[in-house]
Ligand binder design. Structure first.
Ligand code: LLP
Length: 434
């Protein structure tokens, strides 16, 4: 039997998969498949654990920011902000979504390595509280745009701290070769701070870094904090400005498989906080407000996707293709990254997973697979397949490839379900066709 590693998942009295007390087979019947299902209980549980860890280990001096690229829709923005999180956006579209959800500009942080002039102007007009400037050209461009609008725009700087979180050494390697941010080692980041301080229409409020995604250990974050405090110190000593805002980015790992092993989120905060206290005392700095930017860890395990099993092709000595009514258009992560997932048949959840399947999507593309050689219960046409941990970077990375329709998304909470994103229709597909 599969281990349901997320607290919102269970097996009910019928032996079916349940999420937040809702029977997954019943959800599939009621709303159709493919179907994205998100647990509001789980989203709120993770948000609270982040907020609590800020309270417990850093006196509440700062806050988590939800990286909305993981899963952006109006209801998600409302849920995370009601838990006290800010929202990070990386495009005019994510900014628009957050604003339409009622998030105030001052709680929005705008990231991105190549924001367009119109996106920057939109952000200034919307009184976005923090535009994270990625490069020197953007710094000048934003100063000009803010000037034209008679505004003084609060900004922080995206810094490349030179830490590669995905090597065991996590030090000074590939990160210099990154399209994101201002290089620390060459002095580019300090140069940007100097220019930002001089810029008439910008107000430098802080620094930002983001060292990777699906990181399982705490050491890279602690090291990043240490490196960034060195820059805060240099800015204080050489520019006479003590910045109060340090954003250490997102990237906290989640379960895709039962065996994924990452440290509990509050342990990151505990370790980072200890390092910040130590270094601030040593450098004579006041404690900055700390921000972190989790996306995947808030939305990821809260989501599952439900499908109906169609054709099954058993090719002796090769593999068993189990076809579903979704595919790379609604979850491109296996096709893109060979990402791991846990699959099970929701209507046979209590049966042994003793069949090895390759889950195939319906797109005209051989690489349109969701998982290869994965154990599931013995499948038959009409079964409901559930793929776990699909809440992050699934809907947000979906497309209409082959003119397939994006599925609806249903939010479940304490046994109740509601649609938060309607499924697309054929009319939606031709809406912009001339
Ligand atoms: N902050 C910044 C500046 C980021 O670039 C990212 C992710 C995050 C926060 C949130 O990171 P998270 O906590 O979600 O790991 N499409 C890929 C993931 C790309 C992540 C890009 N940046 C995937 O499906 O795995």
């Amino acid at each position: 039997m599969v281990n349901l590693y997320t607290p919102c998942l269970s097996i009910n009295e019928k032996g079916y998969l349940a999420i937040s007390g809702c029977d997954a087979v019943e959800l599939a019947r009621q709303y159709g498949t493919p179907l994205y299902v998100m647990s509001e209980d789980e989203i709120r549980r993770v948000c609270r654990s982040y907020v609590e860890s800020f309270q417990n280990f850093y006196g509440g001096n700062g806050r988590p920011i939800y990286a909305s690229k993981a899963f952006s829709c109006k209801e998600m923005c409302r849920i995370v902000t009601s838990e006290g999180l800010d929202v990070e956006v990386v495009s005019g579209g994510e900014l628009y979504t957050a604003l339409e959800a009622g998030v105030s500009g001052k709680h929005i942080h705008f990231q991105g390595n190549n924001k367009s002039c119109s996106e920057l102007a939109f952000a200034v007009d919307s009184a976005v509280g923090n535009i994270v400037v990625d490069n020197l050209q953007e710094l000048r461009r934003l100063d000009r745009i803010a000037g034209e609008k008679g505004a003084v725009q609060p900004v922080s700087l995206r810094v490349k701290p030179g830490i590669d979180a995905h090597t065991h050494e996590f030090i000074r390697t590939g990160q210099v070769d990154s399209k994101f941010g201002l290089d620390l080692a060459s002095g580019e980041a300090f140069q940007a701070a100097k220019l930002a301080v001089q810029a008439e229409h910008l107000r430098l409020i802080g620094l930002h870094c983001h060292i990777g995604s699906q990181i399982m250990e705490k050491e890279p974050f602690v090291h990043a904090a240490e490196v960034m405090l060195g820059l805060l110190r240099q800015i204080k000593e050489e520019l006479g400005l003590e910045l109060d805002h340090l954003n250490l980015g997102g990237g906290f790992g989640i379960h895709y498989k039962e065996t994924d092993d990452f440290i509990p989120y509050n342990e990151y905060m505990e370790a980072v906080s200890a390092k910040i206290h130590e270094k601030c005392a040593a450098f004579g700095l006041k404690l900055p407000q700390i921000y972190i930017e989790p996306g995947r860890s808030i939305a990821g395990e809260a989501g599952i996707t439900l499908y109906t099993v169609g054709a099954i092709k058993e090719i002796p000595g090769v593999r068993n293709y189990v076809s579903i009514d979704g595919g790379m258009f609604e979850n491109p992560r296996y096709a893109l990254y060979q990402a791991d997932y846990t699959c099970l048949l929701a209507n046979k959840a209590s049966q042994p997973a003793d069949y090895i399947a390759t889950i195939a999507g319906k797109c005209c593309e051989s690489g349109d697979l969701i998982q290869e050689h994965t154990p599931v219960q013995r499948p038959e046409e009409g079964d409901i397949l559930a793929v776990l941990s699909t809440g992050a970077y699934n809907y947000s990375m979906s497309s209409n490839y082959n003119r397939n329709l994006r599925p609806p998304c249903v939010m479940v909470r304490e046994g109740q379900s509601r649609v938060v994103i309607k499924g697309e229709t054929y009319q939606d597909l031709i809406r912009n066709d001339m």
